[in-house]
Ligand binder design. Structure first.
Ligand code: FAD
Ligand code: FES
Length: 339
């Protein structure tokens, strides 16, 4: 039992076992790098999906206040695998989830900032290059880590296409530790990229109509999915709803043109703060983006494959509307919450 070297993590009956190596950031990362079906969603301490119970052995907690654990979870001695590192061999209780088994095995690599392009007044598309080919599915995310050890999740906005680029549309958060640093970083800055992660990726073989919904900074994975759909061809219709507070948060007309999907794409921008003076000239849809979806499409959504991303309140409103109000089958809904 030492705190260095690799450690063996597993259930008491040894039906679920993996190794945590020295360079693994967390139990979750170690498990996914070995192709294990460890339950997770956000990799950032917010959702609580990666809860497990430590039974025997030692570990360190990386973020004590992570909101993914409720007070009740803490009383029961539960931990978050994305915020825990083993410091000895460890026996745990966890229920594997086959849906979380990685289709592309995540890896760590150094990437270099190669370009930046303004998307809206506070969102920039950052493009990083790597030495090896990029491997991810449209809609997935990666964890970026800077030289100060600050790690944050960002969804890719491009499609892999055999190149070595990793692009991300990132909103500047005033006072945010990672984004304030990144927005000031010069070209050539290196970061460590760990990924890909996430289950809200495009299902290219499903031939239903597609509904894509982006709220706030949730644009990046939806752009990736739309770009991939444009490359796929075929005739399926795509409905893209894009919510922002005022018109300056909505950039999509340029994207819609870039995609070249013509009549196959219905684009609906939605402004949630029409009283704001920045919305004075707005003549389009108003309200919350999930309400605009319900008004425009109603029960037709039941026949669609749905992808959405955005801040937790938007994602929860979408989930409620899709599952409870409209009865969309769970397997047709794919989303990420941006904690
Ligand atoms: C799956 C996923 C995908 C995302 N994709 C995008 C995207 O494509 N574009 C985009 O703009 N944003 C995205 N985000 C949000 C992004 O990860 C950051 O939360 C956001 O950029 C703010 O980071 P910040 O460091 O600037 O702000 P801060 O306010 O410093 O940090 C915000 C977040 O960091 C995390 N955090 C805070 N303290 C700690 C700690 N001690 N240890 C570990 N984590 C901590 C929390 O999740 C918190 O919400 C995504 C989030 C998730 C979960
Ligand atoms: S995956 Fe660990 S809290 Fe979300």
């Amino acid at each position: 039992m030492t705190s260095t070297g690799s450690h063996r993590i597993g259930t008491a009956d040894a039906s679920f076992v993996f190794e945590q190596a020295n360079d693994d950031h967390s139990l979750l990362q170690a498990a996914l790098r070995q192709g294990m079906a460890f339950p997770y969603e956000c990799s950032s301490g917010g959702c609580g999906s990666c809860r497990f119970k430590p039974v025997e052995g030692a570990f360190e907690v990386l973020w004590e206040e992570a909101p993914g654990l409720s007070r009740r979870d803490r009383r029961k001695g539960l931990q978050l695998a994305c915020q825990t590192r083993a410091t000895s061999d460890l026996i745990i209780e966890v229920s594997p989830d086959e849906g979380c088994r990685p289709l592309v095995i995540p890896a760590r690599r150094r990437v270099t900032l190669a370009s930046r392009e303004e998307v809206t007044h506070d969102i920039v598309e950052f493009r990083f290059t790597a030495e090896e080919a990029a491997a991810f599915l449209p809609g997935q995310y990666a964890v970026l880590e800077n030289a100060d050890g600050v790690r944050r999740c960002y969804s890719m906005s491009g499609v892999p296409e055999g190149g070595s680029d990793w692009s991300f549309q990132i909103r500047r958060v005033p006072g945010g530790r990672f984004t304030e640093w990144l927005f000031g970083a010069p070209m050539g800055t290196e970061v460590v990229l760990d990924g890909p992660y996430g289950m809200a990726h495009l299902r290219p073989d499903v031939d239903r109509e597609v509904l894509c919904v982006a709220g706030g900074s949730g644009l990046s994975p939806i752009v990736s999915i739309l770009r991939a759909l444009a490359g796929l061809g075929g005739g399926r219709r795509i409905h893209f709803f894009h919510g922002g507070r005022t018109p300056r948060d909505l950039f999509a007309p340029a994207l819609v043109e870039e995609l070249g999907l013509g009549d196959r794409l219905e684009y609906v921008p939605v402004v949630s703060d029409p009283e704001n003076q920045l919305s004075a000239d707005w003549a389009g849809a108003t309200g919350f983006v999930h309400e605009a979806v319900a008004t425009a499409l109603g029960e037709r959504v039941r026949e669609m494959e749905v992808y959405f991303a955005g801040p937790p309140p938007m994602a929860e409103a979408m989930q409620r509307m899709l599952m409870v109000d409209l009865g969309v089958p769970f397997g047709q809904i794919h989303f990420d919450r941006f904690f």
